[in-house]
Design a protein around this ligand. Structure first.
Ligand code: SF4
Length: 1017
């Protein structure tokens, strides 16, 4: 059925969600084959799953027909929302409503195929040919380039010439296999989508609060009195999660405020909107801190007891001209030794509970933030002063103990060279207001992809291990040196300092990785882990690739040509590979980077000597497994159909290649075969591990009887671990990811639980399972005062019963530490409190946040009167400098974003979504359009110093002209959804425009603020 967008909208109504479209019977051709509407689910099998797009993790009911008895392959013909799901309650947004079209997309791959060097076409090959050849290529490259020892003679066991990008929507179980596969071979260039999205969230919230995750949960948003949406647009990017904002507004009388460069769909239903220049959020938020401190509108008791406001900072710490003490201009990095507390004779941090000492954190912060007056904020951000003050006043009101604000953010804050510090500033605001740990409060980091939280948890980042442990570096040559460095010592007496358990988590991981080969005599196989000398994050690795230093690359469920910045340069980098392997359900731009697509991808295939393997993978609907939503819920889903054609599950692809590689090492020997052969891979079918056995491995087992302090056996040998508290550092427990311990216990698969009973304030602890320890609101002990009285009796979620802590949520606190025990609620921190000053090695660019301009900025001098304009610690490769533009040539600020109907570059393969948004567009403010003579619907060229795109102009009042530093400034909106593959019209990859420079702490690229020019074509 051919249906144009206009006809479609006419029949479905302009505010359609795809749910309406499916209800009308427009979406799947299969649906037409059914009987009348009311009987369409008759004889169908119902399978539960979760949406594969964003991290709301909406519940799905998938209906399939066809079973073995009829010798017919099951096929999913209808998907609808799961009404029992506590977050989505039966809803799906237009993306989720189009899922059945994703499953049956014409872009699905059915057979492995191969592109020979210099060829212009794909040829079909068998799995046997493909996996044999890939195993051979991997082994040959590893044997030739493996580095057993570095130039200092240190054991490093790393392999740098082949790398892997792991997925963001595959299951946790696939992620565990990815890690074992890549690390056993010594790969350091192992990264995942988190690098390109929420890396800065982890590097900001970890140092500030103790854990780098969304503090509360979707449903809890309804408890807020104020909702600040800034650096995100949940009405479009997380539509079903956004309904809890509306719940807060309608039922709780919450004030919803949006601060964004565009008057977006979140703003359209908010109570208040303020425009802002893209890239200036840090200045805005530091202005809020200045306001709160100047007007003394902070939650005093909370700040005094639950933050490090009273800690005294060393005399030699300073800040001058935009630089903190210890800066080395040549190295573009800091010596952080002065970023520290004064110490007493016992080595504990000195505090001044009277807050009189001028070196107290709160006094230094007051001085630091004082520069961000409303006038300065307005000059930098372009936000009208009265709008800025309105946001300040509204937030400040929630310093009252019985009022809370929550802050929702996403990529609008992460995609900056200063992203970590922007998010950290927001977390500090919430600490000052006493809103962290409170129901209806916190920092709700809205994760993007459906399992990017899980892939971050699983340690699929170049320098990480599972459960937020660090991979050892070169200088950590012994296990003792490593554990000494990564296990924090107490800063204050009597605190939980939970990371002091690191040796238990690490040894349990090693027992999972190396099994019986990990023994006390070989330090649990410590030498076999690759050691790093520098980061091999995606930006760094593509730079190496561009220099011709990389031979092979694996992209699993990842489309880096569309996802990485500076697309043309990335394509040139891929062209220098000897081999590329893609594993994906869909035919991606990356797999086809060598194809000439005219102006969309102008290459000569015959000049590109990369051999490419395109391996067809299953999608979410065709597997069992778990994914982690933004609120840290591990939700188990079930297979509703088999993959199409000869596509395989990811686990089978990885398992088969790895088994063949091991066989080659066993037969031929080779360089450093031990880690490859010793990696524990004892699955029933090594070529096709089941999700169930892998999920149990992630949870972990007792390898001997585990006893408590009194010698009583608490876990028997061979049993699944009930939680992480029983872990040992003596090799008697094995667990891949300590924070997942408790997810699959002797009581069964906790991730598959479906009890949606509300135990108070929307908390549903019986639904799925949340890390850590099934807690739904992190730091919830901070919702009560030191004496254990709730700041707000209406929001009490945990309570002390005289013996233990309990209540509607799992206490994030030692259950037997009574009120007044002096134990702080931020149990991951050695201080026991939230950190307004984050010293030591926590951050690379300062213990206090500071506003720095984006790499490309129209602002040439600082309103703060300092000489350092841009982030002095951001990494800058020499090759990138000539690719940066200046405002004389590129006078407008561009920002990328997502729209409701499409999810990144995936949904363009789904027919329903392609109908709704068939053609690429850019948004231009009406004043700029008038100046350039552009009318709505005209084709325009948007160019940066790296390339151009051409698209239809949407002329809008949603992008206001701002006054920045006394000059007019126009902004351009660039949605990033189209490309040269899929069911939509062909379009340009938006990342053609964006610069390849990243956040100083996490190397997440600056997609949200860069310079462009606009011309009518
Ligand atoms: S894209 Fe997000 S909000 Fe939409 S249905 Fe999927 S999980 Fe729910």
């Amino acid at each position: 059925m051919a249906l144009g967008r206009r006809e479609f909208l006419k029949s479905a109504g302009t505010c359609v969600g795809g749910a309406s479209a499916i209800a009308l019977g427009f979406a799947p051709p299969q649906a037409f084959a059914q009987e009348t509407r009311q009987y369409k689910l008759l004889r169908a099998k119902e399978t539960r799953n979760n949406c594969t797009y964003c991290s709301v993790g909406c519940g799905l009911l998938m209906y399939s027909l066809g079973d073995g008895a009829k010798n017919a392959k099951p096929s999913i013909f209808h998907i609808e929302g799961d009404p029992d799901h506590p977050v989505s309650r039966g809803s799906l947004c237009p993306k989720g409503a189009g899922l059945v079209d994703f499953i049956h997309s014409e872009g699905r791959l059915h057979y492995p195929s191969y592109r020979a060097p210099g060829s212009k076409e794909w040829t079909r090959i068998s799995w046997e040919e493909a996996t044999d050849r890939i195993a051979r290529l991997l082994k040959d490259d590893r044997d030739k380039n493996f580095i057993a020892k570095n130039e200092k003679g240190e054991t490093v066991n790393r392999w740098l010439t082949t790398g892997m990008l792991a997925s963001s929507a595959a299951s946790n179980e696939t992620g565990l296999l990815d890690f074992k596969f890549a690390r056993s071979m010594g790969m350091l260039a192992l990264d995942c989508q988190a690098r390109l999205c929420h890396g800065p969230t982890v590097s900001a919230l970890g140092p500030t609060l103790g854990r780098g995750a969304m503090t509360n949960n979707w449903v809890d948003i309804k408890n807020a009195n104020v909702v600040l949406i800034m650096g995100g647009n949940p009405a479009e990017a997380h539509p079903v999660g956004f309904k809890w904002v509306m719940e807060a507004k309608i039922r709780n009388g919450a004030k919803v405020m949006v601060v964004d460069p565009r008057f977006n769909r979140s703003a359209a239903v908010a109570d208040f909107y303020a425009p802002i220049r893209a890239g200036s959020d840090g200045a805005f938020l530091l202005g809020v801190i200045n306001y709160l401190l100047t007007h003394d509108q902070i939650q005093h008791e909370y700040v005094k007891s639950y933050t490090n406001a009273s800690f005294v900072v060393r005399e030699d710490f300073s800040f001058h001209e935009g630089l903190f003490s210890g800066y080395d201009a040549e190295k573009r990095s800091y010596d952080k030794s002065s970023w520290a507390y004064e110490r007493d004779a016992q080595g504990y941090a000195v505090t001044d509970p009277t807050l009189q000492n001028p070196r107290c954190v709160i006094n230094l912060l007051r001085e630091h933030a004082a520069r961000y007056t409303p006038d300065v904020v307005t000059q930098i951000t372009g936000t009208p002063e009265k709008d800025f003050l309105h946001v300040c006043e509204t937030l400040a009101a929630t310093s009252a103990p019985d009022l809370t604000s929550t802050i929702l953010f996403a990529l609008g804050w992460t995609h900056h060279t200063n992203g970590t510090q922007i998010i950290r500033t927001a977390a500090m605001i919430q600490l000052l207001l006493g809103n962290v740990g409170m129901p209806g409060g916190g920092l709700n980091a809205l994760r993007g992809h459906s399992n990017i939280q899980g892939y971050t948890d699983l340690g699929l980042l170049s320098l990480r291990l599972p459960g937020y442990m660090n991979l050892p570096k070169d200088s950590q040559q012994t296990l003792d040196t490593y554990l000494q460095a990564v296990t924090p010592h107490a800063d204050e007496p009597g605190q939980v300092n939970y990371w002091h358990n690191t040796p238990k988590f690490f040894v349990s991981l090693m027992k999972t990785l190396w099994g019986d080969h990990a023994t006390p005599t070989n330090n649990w196989g410590y030498d076999w882990l690759p050691k790093w000398d520098r980061s091999y994050d995606m930006l760094a690795y593509f730079e190496m690739m561009h220099q011709g230093k990389v031979n092979g690359y694996i992209a699993q469920g990842f489309n880096p040509l569309a996802a990485m910045p500076d697309k043309n340069r990335m394509r040139d980098a891929l062209s220098k590979l000897r081999f590329l392997i893609t594993m994906d359900p869909l035919d991606t731009e990356t797999a086809n980077f060598w194809q000439n697509e005219g102006t969309f991808n102008d290459v000569k295939p015959e000049d590109i000597q990369t051999e490419v393997f395109r391996l067809p993978a299953s999608c979410f609907a065709e597997e069992n497994g778990s994914i982690v939503n933004s609120a840290r819920w591990l939700q188990w889903h079930y297979e509703g159909a088999r993959p199409p054609g000869d596509a395989w599950n990811d686990g089978r692809i990885i398992g088969t290649i790895f088994t063949k590689l091991r066989a080659l090492y066993a037969k031929e020997g080779g360089v450093s075969p031990e880690p490859v052969l010793n990696m524990q891979w004892n699955y029933q079918d090594p070529e096709d591990p089941t999700p169930e056995e892998v999920a149990k491995e992630a949870n972990g087992y007792a390898l001997a009887d585990i006893t408590d302090d009194k010698g009583r056996v608490v876990v028997r040998r061979g049993e699944l671990l009930p939680d992480f508290s029983v872990m040992k550092d003596d090799g008697t427990t094995a667990s891949y990811c300590w924070i997942f311990a408790g997810s699959w216990t002797e009581a069964g698969n906790q991730m598959a639980r479906r009890d949606n009973t509300d135990t108070g304030l929307g908390t549903t602890p019986g639904w799925a399972w949340a890390w850590p320890a099934n807690r739904r609101i992190l730091y919830n002990r901070a919702s009560l005062d030191v004496q254990g009285r709730p700041w707000d009796p209406k929001r009490q979620i945990i309570a002390w019963d005289g013996q233990r802590w309990g209540g509607g949520d799992v206490p994030d606190y030692p259950v037997t530490s009574p009120p007044n025990s002096g134990v702080g609620p931020f149990i991951m921190h050695s201080e026991g409190v939230g950190l307004l000053f984050a010293g030591g090695d926590k951050l690379v660019d300062g213990p206090f946040p500071e506003h720095y301009e984006p790499t490309e900025t129209p602002v040439l001098s600082s309103a703060l009167g300092k000489t350092t304009l841009r982030n002095p610690a951001a990494r800058f490769y020499a090759d990138e400098k000539p690719r940066m533009g200046d405002p004389a040539q590129y006078p407008y600020v561009a920002t990328t974003y997502s729209i409701t109907e499409l999810f990144r570059h995936w949904t363009k393969h789904s027919r329903l979504n392609a109908i709704m948004q068939p053609e690429q567009f850019v948004e231009i403010g009406d004043k700029l359009a008038g100046k350039l003579g552009i009318a709505a619907g005209d084709m325009v060229r948007v160019s940066s110093h790296r390339g151009y795109i051409e698209a239809k102009a949407v002329v809008t009042k949603r992008l206001k002209r701002l006054s920045v530093m006394g000059k007019d400034l126009d902004q351009v909106g660039v949605p990033c959804h189209w490309g040269f593959k899929g069911a939509t019209q062909k379009g340009y990859l938006a990342n053609t425009l964006t610069p390849a420079i990243g956040d100083a702490n996490s190397q997440t690229p600056e997609f949200k603020a860069f310079l462009v020019n606009v011309e009518k074509v």
